[in-house]
Every structure is written in C-alpha cells, then in structure tokens.
Design a binder for this molecule. Structure first.
Ligand SMILES: CC(C)(COP(=O)(O)OP(=O)(O)OC[C@H]1O[C@@H](n2cnc3c(N)ncnc32)[C@H](O)[C@@H]1OP(=O)(O)O)[C@@H](O)C(=O)NCCC(=O)NCCS
Length: 200
C-alpha cells in the first residue's frame, strides 16, 4: 500500500474539475445507512457550490500507486507507476474526520491506513467521527483504531421517523410517539422565537 493525499483544491483555492466529478460519484455511491448529513442527492450545481465554499479545514482525494513492469516495442522493460483514486477524506474545523472509500477497495486496510495518516498530519488534539448507528463498518473501523464513544446524538425530526430501523434498534422506543407528532410538518419558528425580535 502506497497511499498519498491530494488536496481537492488547486493553488487558487478552487476545486479541480476532476475532484468535483470524483466527489459527486462518491455521493452517488453512498447508501443511507452510511450517511448522516445528506438526505437526498444534490444537483451538480449545488454540489459544486458546496465544495467551492471550502466547508472543511482540509479535503483530500486519496490515491494508491502500484509499480507496473511494462515492455516497450523493442522488448525493453521499463517500470511505470499507476495511480488509482481509492477514496476521499476530510477534516473539519471542529476536528471531525469524514472518510469514504470506493466500494471496490473496502476491507483491504485503506480506511485504517488513511485515518492513521490523517491523525499524524493534523495538529495534536482530540479527533472526532460522527457515525450513523446503522453504519457498523464505520463503527468497527474507528473502534479498531482506539476511538471511543463519547456521546449519543438524539434528533427529533418528523421526517426521520419514516426511516426504517433494524429490529431491536435502541432508537426504536422513540418511534412510539403519537401519530400527529410523527407526521407534523416542520414549521418556521415565529419571528420573536427565543426573543430574537428584529428591532428594525
Ligand atoms: C467505513 C469504511 C471507510 C471502511 O473502510 P475500509 O477500507 O473497508 O476499512 P479497513 O479495511 O481499513 O478495515 C479496518 C477494520 O474496520 C472494521 N471493518 C471495516 N469494514 C467492516 C465491515 N463491513 N464490517 C465489519 N467490520 C468492518 C474491521 O474491524 C476492519 O478490520 P479487519 O478487516 O482486520 O477485520 C468504508 O466501508 C467506507 O468507505 N464506507 C462508506 C462510507 C462510510 O461509511 N464512511 C464513514 C462515515 S463516518
């Protein structure tokens, strides 16, 4: 394994077209149980705007390279390096890791290697990962690297109640709310909500 990180931003701080395309394809690959931030697929324009807003402290595509022995027309051998993009990793300003490996490269040790490398690169301090309760692979990955659970994040969101849970899931009890609570549509808070009144 010879992994290297490449920032998704060019020298002017703009995302490269290649990076935008790779990241968009990664979004398409993600299953709902792997994701706690996106509910639906953004349009290309929304995606480009989000990535262009530099939402994270660092965001990299991750490559692996292999040395291949090629032969030219005269039968002379020459070694060549072949690079493959195997995934992406980011680090937020709140010191959270986000990682995604393309399906074809799962369970080959890339996740562990990438997180270990990232932890060495960033300034010392606590590092966090937000993982869906249904994402067992990710939970096992972080636990195998010494990360421990520090909190359960609860969310009251009418839309969320429509998502299926596996049998015996610890959140199942929270589904036992009255039907009108489950189906209530989100509302805009009144303008003086929490005393936030506009003086103008
Ligand atoms: C989660 C993810 C990053 C794991 O990457 P990976 O390269 O497959 O992980 P590794 O090969 O380094 O696995 C390291 C350890 O994690 C655990 N693990 C990884 N995938 C697992 C799975 N599907 N089931 C159970 N344990 C798993 C194992 O303990 C594994 O060690 P082992 O192979 O020696 O048993 C990858 O599955 C992925 O990109 N998933 C989609 C995106 C995602 O869920 N991102 C995380 C959001 S926080």
């Amino acid at each position: 394994m010879n992994i290297s990180f490449e920032s998704i931003y060019d020298r002017e701080g703009k995302p490269t077209t290649l990076a935008l395309a790779v990241l968009y394809s990664h979004l398409e690959q993600r299953a709902p149980d792997q994701n706690i931030s996106h509910r639906s697929m953004p349009t290309w324009e929304q995606h480009a705007a989000f990535v262009g807003s530099k939402p994270y402290a660092a965001w990299h595509l991750v490559y692996d390279h292999v040395e291949v022995d090629n032969t030219d027309e005269d039968g002379k051998g020459y070694p060549q390096r072949e690079y493959t993009c195997i995934g992406q990793v980011y680090f937020t300003r709140a010191r959270e890791i986000g990682i995604q490996i393309s399906d074809a490269y799962w369970r080959k040790g890339y996740g562990s290697e990438i997180i270990t490398k990232l932890v060495e690169m960033v300034p010392r301090g606590p590092i966090f990962a937000n993982v869906s309760p249904r994402n067992i692979a990710s939970q096992k990955l972080f636990e195998s690297l010494g990360f421990g659970v520090v909190q359960w994040t609860y969310r009251l969101d009418p839309v969320f109640f429509d998502e299926p849970l596996y049998q015996g899931h610890p959140a199942a009890a929270s589904r036992e709310l009255p039907a009108d609570v489950k189906t209530a549509a989100p509302e805009e808070p009144p303008s003086d909500f929490f005393g936030m009144v506009d003086d103008d």
